[in-house]
Structure formats: C-alpha cells, structure tokens
Design a binder for this molecule. Structure first.
Ligand code: CO
Ligand code: CO
Length: 320
C-alpha cells in the first residue's frame, strides 16, 4: 500500500530529509543545520483499556515514544481523535485530559488537533521534537558485540486482550497500565549519555518484528536469551489462556521465518515473543564498553533496564 509514496518521492530530491523515505525507522527527521534536526511522528489507536483517562495517557506516551526512540526531545503536539457521536462528552474530555497531562509531563504542549465522528474511538498525537542529528538513534547503528537492553517488560498485548475478553484480573490490568503510561524519555536520555547509536521502541510488531527491523537495517543478527526476557507477572497466565490478539498471529506469520529458536519453547512462551506491545519500552544496542555504566546509572534514576542478549554477525534473530 505504501508503494505509491516510494514512487512519488525520490530520496535524492529531499537532501534535508535525513530519515524517512529509506528503510523504515521510528520517525521522520528533517535537517535544520549541521547538528539540529526536527523529528516528526504520528500514532493513534482504539482503546486498549476501559478507563478513558488512562487510554488518553497511554496513547500520548505511545505517540511520543517514536521521538524518544530517535533520541529526540518532543516539544509540540496536536491531537488526532475519532469519537462516536453518542459517546458522553465527559468521556471524550477524560481521554483528552489523560493525553494532555501526559504531554505536559513530557514538556510538550498540545496546541490543537482534529476530531471526526467514528463508531469506534481512536486517539493519538502528531508530535514534533528536536534531535541532534549527529547523536540521533536509528535502527541502523547496531554493531556486532553490542549488548541488547530492553526497558519495559513484555506481555501488554496478551493482558489487554484478556481485559477485552473480560478475563483479566484488575490488579494485572493496573500493573500493565503502569508500564504503558511510562514515558520512554529517561531511557532515551540514558542512550544518548552512554553512546548508544541504535534504538527502536517495541510496539505493535512485537520484540521479534521490531528487533528484525533493527537487525536488517544494521546488517547484523540478534541473539536473545529467552530466560533473560522480562515479562509482566501475568503474561504467562494469559498466554496459557490463549488470550493473544490477532496481531500476535500476524506477527508470527510475518516474522517467524527469520527467527530461530534453539531450545524447545512451549507454544505459549513462543507466542509471547510475537505479542504486540502498546507503548512498549526501547530496545537499545549498547556498546559493550558502556554497558555497566549505563546499567548502573539506570538503577540510580529508577529506570528498569534488562540485558536480554547481544548483537551478533549474520542476520535474523536467534532465541537461545
Ligand atoms: Co516505533
Ligand atoms: Co509508531
């Protein structure tokens, strides 16, 4: 479907577009001068939780995440919303309030937006930020020997699907909401401080899909240790109930041919690798010399960071 874009816009005609038309990345980057660039992204989706305020906050955190995944600092945003005509106005107001307060926490002002009517609610942001084009984080900067660090646990998709099926425990939902509303801001700053060149955020295409994008863009392979992967406490429970969203099966269908699994993983555990995340963490490719300093600083600032594997030569993902 995106082919007409490639046919219409030739990268050579836009020398100031540093990231956009070439292999996929988290956000578009437009050069302003030798070091400063604008970073631009948009994202919106249907409700993942019942509480309208939390939904707005999650959608905003998720929209800003693509700017953090580039090492950028967002400052300005617009709302994009679709709301059912019969939705009580106070519900819509709570969605916008959740988004606005999350944006303000990030130092971002929401200066306007556009709303249409639609049967199913949709909400998100268009966001713009500044990035240092010399230090920016892309999917293509991973080097063999780098450590792979993940900054939020996995299992959000299976938990929010269990919620939609009315099978989720409220305590589990609040655990997952607590993660989804977290900004990836501190992680992005850590990455810049410790010389990380490659990062991406883990969202709808799962750890496997986004990991493969990074591997491909960098011309490397990823080796991930399953036992080191962080999961929310309820992930296995809902995985065993089979509460995976359709996107998990799509992800497995598209990506499994490039994923090799060494040990015999049970089916539920394997599916968790393909679980689509909403507002997931960043996957960082950390130069080995800076790893222990990054992990130490992360602990000091209360930012979880799990070492899950390493960048290896070759291609694809190997799960050991
Ligand atoms: Co992204
Ligand atoms: Co996105």
């Amino acid at each position: 479907m995106l082919r007409p874009l490639a046919g219409t816009f030739k990268p050579d005609d836009y020398p100031d577009l540093l990231v956009g038309l070439e292999p996929p990345d988290d956000a578009a980057v437009w050069k302003l001068d030798d070091s400063r660039a604008l970073v631009l992204t948009t994202d919106f989706f249907t409700p993942v939780v019942d509480d309208p305020y939390d939904y707005g906050a999650i959608a905003a955190a998720n929209s800003l995440s693509d700017i953090y995944a580039m090492g950028g600092k967002p400052f300005l945003a617009l709302n994009i919303a679709a709301l059912p005509p019969d939705l009580p106005p106070e519900i819509g107001a709570e969605i916008f309030r959740g988004g606005a307060e999350k944006a303000r926490e990030a130092g971002v002002v929401i200066a306007g937006g556009h709303t249409v009517q639609d049967k199913e609610p949709k909400y998100g942001l268009v966001a713009i930020g500044f990035v240092d084009s010399v230090k920016m984080l892309t999917k293509s900067g991973a080097k063999v020997g780098d450590a792979l660090v993940l900054t939020k646990p996995l299992g959000f998709g299976v938990t929010t699907t269990a919620l939609k099926q009315e099978r989720a425990d409220p305590a589990d939902v609040s655990e997952v909401v607590g993660w989804m509303i977290r900004l990836n801001e501190k992680t992005s700053q850590l990455a810049l401080e410790f010389g990380v060149k490659a990062a991406t955020d883990i969202t709808g295409f799962s750890l496997m899909g986004h990991g493969l994008e990074m591997a491909k863009a960098s011309g490397v392979g990823l080796k991930i240790e399953f036992s080191r992967l962080p999961f929310v406490s309820c992930a296995q429970k809902y995985a065993r109930m089979g509460a995976f969203p359709g996107g998990a099966f799509d992800n497995k269908h598209f990506y499994s041919r490039d994923v090799k699994i060494d040990s015999k993983l049970d089916e539920a555990s394997e599916m968790l690798l393909y679980d689509p995340q909403t507002s997931g963490g960043l996957l960082l490719s950390v130069p080995p010399a800076n790893l222990s300093a990054l992990i130490e600083k992360a602990a000091q600032i209360d930012q979880p960071a799990w070492v899950i594997g390493e960048v290896v030569s070759g291609s694809g993902i190997r799960i050991v």
